[in-house]
Write a protein that binds this ligand. Structure first.
Ligand code: IVH
Length: 707
């Protein structure tokens, strides 16, 4: 439909338009509206027809908003076939079409507090509410696929996708496989004969990962995100395949309700939240703890912001919150535009995806010499942070995704996850892109690189490589290792550049008087640094072992070793067999630790550190703690499920372990205790079915472990 050249031109034009300022002359407005129309149609085609967008949703929304604003300011610029004159469509396949009982509109978008306050002002104006606060129902904006459900005579009779908002694709057979959709629901209790519900079909994030893992094993193409897996799942030709996607449906609207005579029955539910409560009582999955009614727009802002902060801990992907006038009578007064209801608005979280250009690749040398390629990209905003470099992990990653210099790349930053490149947009290539040639020698010391057959990274094997030495010092002082307050990457690099430190041992003979004279230091910070370093000298030896950057010796293995030795230097006399006697220490760790202690330089280094006051002797913390037989959870197995609210999963497991329990990963006859957080799913059901598992709430668990 679009030639490669046209695609390139339209992509280029999109970027210009995104950056363009609104025109003032009507003639310019007409031209700009026409261009916006062209690029928006192109992106809709990429998104809805090819399912392969070349811009982020956020950028698309921005283009769309620009056109809307322009058409409002210059009505003469509105084209008859403007993308704003219809709602977007997913009608592309040969599934039968059905007409919705009431049209399904889109939502207008808001991005910050000012947008929400403006929305509230409009609502108060439309409803003549003056200064009286409006109550809003707020719930997550699920990032899946829209689904409608029609019930007649208490039975599910039809289900459809959203389609173009008026007509959708019939997917009843697939909907019937979704467990959270009741096939029967007693609408007759409310005198309702015919009802249409709207909701979102969505896949749990953890389940999505499992689906992709399975697909990887079967050599099938992976889904880019849970949304694609969900929308694809809804439209499968074979309901069995749809069922395998494990879709959930959250119902978020009762759109239509009539009795047998065709009289409207929606008036029984004077507010949105009452309608949803009723649907919940009828057995539908509706947003529960994640839904609230706010007394005014300020509460809405606070609620939306609190969810923006915790969206990643929620088991489903959400891309914002939906704010709805709670009272139905007020909704009716507000009315609709051809595109969206005036009584609702989406509050969109900051975009996680954006496109950018790959300008260059840097190669960084890690503490054990691993070479990490890092893409330098044109700076983009991602979830509120400017991103200009993105790790490319290793050579296989670059080859696997066929990433080239000069490519336009789709970049994503989800939650706490570091930004990564989803894919290059190969369609936008113009032939000037160049292959990324991985170096064959270390970019810092020029030693030839080496790659172990079963490892992904190329490594510089020169332990004296300047880059490695610096990285080892930086790691040595970091939180995970010796945890020296006030000493981080920038200080280490500064001391290195001054020639004061060449090895980790030098960190223990710093001249604090000279540090006090440095710009930005002074006596006080030099003193504090001195204290922090003295404190670190007394660290338990598991920290010291970990801080030495021995390949494959992680935090856990360091603890296991520390528990077995009275003094660190005993390790120089250990043979492989001795290491392997420790449960959970394997031959790879054993060989690497042996190689380290086999080097006289390393032993000398540790001896020097000890002479400077660094502790090498096993401490109380290093010794394995015997769990008292009377510990509250002694000998029990435990599992956590659902979203914990007062602590992270890891923290909970540590607490459980301290109380003598052993965390396990699945519900089985071996499980003693299941701790249930919000939105617990199949694990809870399975445990209940077993009947032998003690089921605790988060609070009950906390009380128990603190007893
Ligand atoms: S209400 C008339 N509520 O967002 C108002 N929509 O453009 C109809 N969505 O694809 C929408 N979660 O499927 C509403 N809690 C929620 C929602 C939600 C997700 C989706 C909807 C549609 C898009 C709206």
């Amino acid at each position: 439909m679009y030639s490669p050249d046209e695609q390139k031109t339209l992509d280029h034009l999109s970027r210009q338009l995104l950056a363009a300022t609104p025109p003032v002359a009507p003639a310019d407005a007409v031209a700009m509206a026409a261009s916006l129309g062209d690029v928006i149609r192109f992106h809709e085609y990429r998104y809805y027809v090819l399912h392969d967008p070349v811009i982020s949703d956020f950028e698309y929304d921005q283009l769309y908003k620009k056109l809307q604003t322009l058409e409002e300011a210059f009505p003469e610029a509105r084209m008859e076939d403007s993308p704003t004159s219809r709602v977007s469509s997913d009608l592309t396949s040969d599934l039968p079409e059905v007409t919705h009982l009431t049209p399904m509109l889109s939502l207008d978008n808001s991005y910050d507090e000012a947008d929400l306050l403006e929305f509230d002002r409009q609502v108060r104006k439309l409803t003549d509410m003056g200064d009286s606060p409006i109550a809003y129902a707020v719930e997550p904006k699920y990032d899946g696929g829209t689904i409608t459900l029609v019930y007649e005579g208490d039975r599910l009779t039809r289900s459809a996708t959203r389609g173009d908002g008026v007509r959708g694709e019939e997917i009843t057979a697939n909907a019937r496989t979704i467990r959270s959709i009741p096939l029967k629901a007693e609408f007759s209790r409310y005198g309702i004969h015919r009802a249409e519900l709207r909701g979102e079909a969505i896949i749990r994030k953890d389940h999505f990962l499992q689906i992709n893992a399975r697909r990887e094993e079967q050599d099938l193409p992976l889904f880019a995100n849970p949304r694609n897996a969900a929308t694809g799942g809804l439209r499968m030709k074979d309901p069995k395949e749809a069922a395998e996607r494990g879709l959930d449906v959250f119902v978020y609207q009762l759109g239509f309700a009539q009795d047998g005579q065709g009289n409207d029955q929606l008036d029984q539910f004077p507010t949105h939240h009452q309608a949803l409560d009723t649907l919940a009582a009828l057995g539908f999955k509706v947003p529960a703890g994640e839904r609230t009614v706010c007394r005014d727009i300020h509460e809405v802002v606070a609620f939306c912001e609190s969810w923006a902060a915790k969206r990643d801990t929620y088991p489903y992907e959400i891309d914002g919150m939906v704010v709805k006038v709670d009272r139905r009578d007020l909704q009716e007064i507000c009315g609709y535009t051809s595109h969206h209801p005036r009584w609702a608005i989406a509050f969109k979280f900051k975009a996680r995806q954006a496109t950018s250009k790959l300008i260059d690749v840097d190669y960084q040398v890690g503490k054990i010499g691993s070479i990490t390629p890092v893409a330098k990209i044109e700076p983009v905003q991602l979830a509120g942070v400017t991103v200009s470099s993105v790790s490319l992990h290793n050579e296989d990653f670059i080859k696997g995704k066929d990433i080239r210099l000069g490519d336009t790349v789709l970049v994503e930053r989800a939650g706490d996850v570091i930004p990564y490149i989803v894919k290059p947009l190969a369609d936008l290539r113009d032939g000037s892109e160049q292959a990324i040639i991985f170096p064959t020698t270390c970019p810092v010391c020029h030693t030839p690189l080496f790659r172990e057959p079963d490892e992904a990274a190329w490594r510089c094997v020169n332990a004296e490589c300047e880059a490695q030495i610096k990285q080892r010092m930086i790691f040595h002082v970091s939180k995970d290792a010796m945890d020296i307050d006030g000493l981080g990457r920038s200080q280490v690099e500064r001391f290195y550049d001054l020639g004061w430190v060449r090895h980790i041992v030098d960190l223990y003979r710093l001249d604090y008087d000279r540090i006090a004279e440095l710009d930005g230091f002074g006596k006080k910070s030099a003193d504090n640094l001195h204290k922090a370093i003295d404190k670190a000298k007394a660290n338990p030896i598991h920290r010291l072992l970990h801080s030495l950057s021995i390949h494959h010796l992680g935090k856990k293995a360091s603890k296991l070793l520390a528990a077995e030795v009275g003094h660190v230097l005993e390790l120089k006399d250990w043979d492989e067999e001795r290491y392997l006697q420790i449960k959970d220490i394997g031959p790879i760790v054993a060989r690497n630790v042996m190689a380290f202690f086999g080097q006289p330089d390393n032993v000398a280094l540790l001896e020097e550190m000890e002479a400077l006051g660094v502790n090498l002797t096993q401490t109380e913390e290093d010794r394995p703690r015997a769990i008292a037989a009377d510990a509250p959870l002694a000998g029990k197995t435990i599992l956590f499920t659902g979203t914990l609210e007062k602590m992270g999963r890891k923290e909970a497991q540590e607490l459980a372990e301290q109380a003598g329990a052993k965390p396990i990963s699945a519900v089985s006859g071996n499980l003693d205790i299941l701790v249930v957080g919000a939105n617990a799913g199949s694990k809870l059901k399975k445990a209940q079915a077993l009947g032998t598992v003690q089921i605790l709430t988060e609070d009950e668990f906390l009380t128990l472990v603190s007893s």
